[in-house]
Design a protein around this ligand. Sequence first.
Ligand code: DGL
Length: 254
Amino acid sequence: MNQKTDYIAVFDSGVGGISVLRHLCRLMPGERFLYFGDSANAPYGSRPEEEIRNLTLAAVRRLVSRGIKALVVACNTATSAAIEDLRREYPDLIVVGIEPALKPAVDHHPGGTIGVMATEATLRQRKFMTLMTRLSENCHVVMLPVPGLVKLVETGLAESEETKTLLEPVLTPWKGKLDALVLGCTHYPFASETIAELVGEGTELLDGGEGTARETLARLSQRNLLERGEGQVVLENSLGSREIMELSASLLQQ
Ligand code: DGL
């Protein structure tokens, strides 16, 4: 039986999910959060679907053994590969998975041109294809994979010349042409200043972090599992190095 005082587990392939954790902490300051980033195996986005699924299931099993009342999959790539398996394996657990914020983008800009930056794995998977097919009648979707950006964020170079050099050829051709740009990977909000500069002021940047936090709040509230205690955040990472722990802490504080 889940207890109010159990952790809310937050999982990502690395430090990216901290962009979601920040929304969760803001919305539910009295909760105990247990964040696990699998940086030793990041990036997930260039791996085959089965590998992503196996890595996700293994990480979640360890989290569940710690006593959790909810699981937030703060990784678009892991959500598309494994959310159905997770729901099957833990039918009584609250499981919330982040997805690219394409629906809000279309709602804000009907008939508009919408870019979606996400990992290669997210963009090729059935979950995203289904979403895109459903919504593409009302907009023009441009897929913008950016291999390499996750690694830069993982090494503390989210807002840097290296990021600008990587993104310039992908985003500059779209400068001033996109109504909205969906940041469909939880690592990308950490590079949002560089991204905004490259696509131009008129483009709205959207990510699913806040929506995911709101849904988690609603699901906990429905089951009367919200806690109004002291609040706590435990950060853990499969790399375990001092550098990755310092980076995690600094991204949380940003
Ligand atoms: N942060 C993850 C996402 O939201 C993916 C990063 C990776 O490729 O490992 O998709």
